[in-house]
Each structure stands twice: as structure tokens, then as C-alpha cells.
Design a protein around this ligand. Structure first.
Ligand code: PDD
Length: 282
């Protein structure tokens, strides 16, 4: 029972949706990805609030209230035989004859599944990853976690094509985010992040990193970051629920800072791991 579809828990292989689902035909839906450690969802309410924001952003009525979502996610987690999970939640505008206009009276399709969570190994974190840069050519509502990810997929593939892990995106000369992560810059011991806006998705990990910086007296600034600042950074990080805090050590073939994970990346990763442990013990 690693899946859930429209009111029913079932093996993923048995979950079927119509080819006329608007998620399939139009990419008309939103999603969330919740990391689960030792059977405990990390920042579940924050993920669910973001899901509700995404639903409101596409004018799709929320099919559940917060307690309903919580119960569904916890039940799904409880059905797995692996403790560290990645829970995917997707809501689409349902099944209807193909027409761009919203269908009337059609229930949304709610789909969830859990799979083993694959985070970066200590070796990968010690080595860091390479990234490429690209112009952010997505739409102007990137704060909605939409399932229509074609632009993100094409952008991420630019990195994969040259054996790199992420594409760092710049819009009008300023940093937005990664194809599937947020990007942080470190210069002279100061951690910098672009401010939340409709041009990026505010990551749950992004929020945790800034909270940890505040709690541990790490100088930090949330403000627009220019391309020059990205290219002259001492450290560059990508953050996400699955990558956690990952140092980017090469950008477009040029070393970032000393060309290896910097001291602040190592410190933040340690703080993040400790914080996770505390949350799980709580
Ligand atoms: N993506 N920005 C984008 C465009 C993302 O797709 C993601 C995460 C993030 C980081 O968000 P968070 O810290 O809440 O994971 C930022 C997930 C992991 C995905 O699509 O698989």
C-alpha cells in the first residue's frame, strides 16, 4: 500500500487515472514533496500550507482541511516498510473533456505515494557538486509548486548533459533559484539568499536554513543577489528536501571559492542534521 488515489489506499501499480485527467492533458495541478525521517514527516504543516497556497494560486478548491491532509499523509507513512520516505502529493483539476476553461462540478484528482528517501551521502557532501547557469525562462508565478515542470526539466537537463547536478537560474541579471532547489551565496562569512517572491519557490529547506542562521548567530541577508555576486561567491549552495544542503563547487566550469565545500556549508549541514534529530525526538 504505497499509494493513495481519490479516497483509497492501494499498491501504486493498481492506481489508475483517466487519460483525460487535466494533470495528464494540461499539467493542470500542483504538488508537494514531504521528506520523512524515521517515519516522522519533516515540517509537515509547512508543506501542507504551501500546498494550500499552490491550490489557491491555481484557483482549485482544497479538497481537504489541514487535519484531513495530516491524517492521509500519516496513514500513508504508516503503511510503508521503509522508515525514511519521500511522500509525494499531487492534486489536479480532475477528469473532464479537453477544454482550457475550468470544468464545472468536477472533483479534483488527489494522488499520493511514498518512496524511499534518497538524500546525499556524506561522501557526496564532502565532494560537492558542479552546476551550470542559465537564463530563467519560466513563467512569472514560480511560487506555485505546479506539476507543469517542462521549463524546470529542460533547465535541469542542461546540467545533467555536462554531468552536473543543478542549473542556477538568473533572471534579468539576478539570482532566482535552481531548477529544483534554492540557491544560497556566501561572501566574507555572510550568508545571502534571494527574497521570496513570485519568481521562485520558497523552499521549506530554505526557511529552515535561514532560521538556523538566525538561531546560531550566522550573519545573513535576504536580498536580491546579482549575477556578479553569484560568480564571485566564496561558497554557493543548493538546498532542497532531498538534497538538504549541498555545496556547489564549480559553476560553468569555474571553481567556486576554493573549489571545495566551504566551512559555512559544512557548519550549516551539521546544524541541519542536528535540527532534524531534535525534531524527530520531539
Ligand atoms: N523540489 N525550488 C524549486 C523549483 C523546487 O522544485 C524545489 C524542491 C525547491 C526547494 O524546496 P524544498 O526545500 O521545500 O524541497 C526550490 C522538490 C524537491 C522536487 O520537485 O522534487
Amino acid at each position: 500500500m504505497n499509494g493513495y488515489l481519490n479516497g483509497q489506499f492501494l499498491p501504486l501499480a493498481e492506481a489508475k487515472v483517466s487519460v483525460l485527467d487535466r494533470g495528464f492533458v494540461f499539467g493542470d495541478g500542483v504538488y508537494e514533496l514531504v521528506p520523512v525521517y524515521s517515519n516522522k514527516p519533516f515540517r509537515l504543516d509547512e508543506h501542507l500550507h504551501r500546498l494550500q497556497g499552490s491550490l489557491a494560486g491555481i484557483r482549485l478548491d482544497d479538497p481537504h482541511m489541514l487535519p484531513g491532509w495530516r491524517e492521509l499523509v500519516l496513514r500513508l507513512i504508516g503503511m510503508q516498510d521503509f522508515a525514511d520516505q519521500s511522500v509525494y502529493i499531487q492534486v489536479t483539476r480532475g477528469v473532464a473533456p479537453r477544454d482550457h476553461a475550468f470544468p464545472k462540478g468536477v472533483p479534483p484528482t488527489v494522488f499520493m505515494f511514498a518512496q524511499p528517501l534518497v538524500t546525499s551521502s556524506p561522501e557526496q557532501k564532502a565532494a560537492g557538486v558542479c552546476a551550470v547557469s542559465a537564463v530563467d525562462n519560466r513563467w512569472l508565478r514560480c511560487n506555485i509548486k505546479a506539476i507543469s515542470l517542462l521549463a524546470n526539466i529542460l533547465l535541469r537537463q542542461q546540467a545533467v548533459d555536462v554531468d552536473c547536478a543543478e542549473t542556477v537560474m538568473l533572471r534579468d541579471g539576478f539570482l532566482t533559484e535552481g531548477a529544483a532547489s534554492n540557491i544560497f551565496v556566501v561572501k566574507d562569512g555572510v550568508l545571502r539568499a534571494p527574497p521570496p517572491s513570485s519568481l521562485m519557490l520558497t523552499g521549506i529547506t530554505y526557511d529552515v536554513v535561514l532560521e538556523l542562521a538566525a538561531a546560531h548567530g550566522i550573519p545573513h541577508e535576504v536580498r536580491a543577489i546579482s549575477e556578479a555576486e553569484v560568480r564571485n561567491a566564496d561558497e554557493l549552495w543548493m538546498t532542497s528536501s532531498t538534497k538538504e544542503i549541498m555545496a556547489i563547487v564549480k559553476l560553468d566550469g569555474a571553481p567556486v571559492g576554493a573549489g571545495m565545500p566551504g566551512p559555512l556549508a559544512r557548519k550549516m549541514d551539521a546544524l541541519y542534521q542536528t535540527f532534524k534529530q531534535q525534531v524527530m525526538r520531539a
